[in-house]
Design a protein around this ligand. Sequence first.
Ligand code: PMP
Length: 336
Amino acid sequence: MTGALVQNSTLDLIGNTPLVLLKGASEAAGCEIWGKCEFANPGASVKDRAALWIVRDAEARGELKPGGTVVEGTAGNTGIGLALVANALGYKTVIVMPDNQSKEKMDTLRALGAELVTVPPTKFADPAHFVHTSRRLAGETPGAVWANQFDNVANRKAHIESTAPEIWEQMGGRIDGFTCAAGTGGTIAGVGLGLKAFDENVMIALTDPHGAALYNYYAHGELRAEGSSVAEGIGQGRITANLEGAPIDTQFRISDEEGLEWVRRLLTEEGLCLGLSSGINVAGAVELGRKLVADGRKDVRVATILCDTGFRYLSTLWNAEWLRAKGLPVFPWLDR
Ligand code: PMP
């Protein structure tokens, strides 16, 4: 038995997420803004899709064998996706995370049975960086594969083969633009390539947080970062293999304050509790909608990604002391 709401396997619960019209964002943009509810995946983030595709690809290549181990460096969400996919298929997981990510993600990984290794955050060129640490650990562990989400294009294939066709179908083939931020770049590149395959006139925009280098790369051809961001899971300083050939038509840079304002509005006006990357994406979608309207397109419809649940950030984004310590505005109801 299969169908939209009946599945034969828990892994089939990954993907086929709802798409929702965002009222406040649509009013602000003067067109329709739609959010793809990736927080509705079983691991509560967009990264379940990449995790499933990476594991299936490693199996198909004969690298991952029964009883094997999946090792990955991650801001957390990919690790959570990998741990649940690995549990469902009988593999072990070793997850390396920078120690400045939310406690909720670490606790979730431990709860799922992953072996968690935390390392201090450092620059990519440092051999102690979480990505290099995870590659080394994979090499030292018998029967292990390194998921390598940044440069393993099975990641973006998940979005070419699942996210993009879902959005296209859910929007009845009427979509003018798509935007989201990049961590690995799998989502923006994969959805971009997938939507362009249906209609090359869909405008693909990168929404970059401060502190990342991609805005300047796509705007001026130079990888250069300015400022900083507390957003987890996004902000890239190089062209990963997943970003190579990404069909980026335009780009926006969004501050944490702007992203937070949309996080607040999505909660108070629409009842959605999300992470900061979702707020930054919605801010970017409003910019893209306004641009398409200004360009003279009619009945504009834009889609973006609601990446993960805000319940993953109760000790950070949804905590008055943490917000104050970061110099960010505190939601008034947190201060009561
Ligand atoms: N938002 C969050 C919360 C994430 O964890 C990630 C994954 N790093 C992203 C956005 C970006 O996704 P991608 O890696 O596909 O660029």
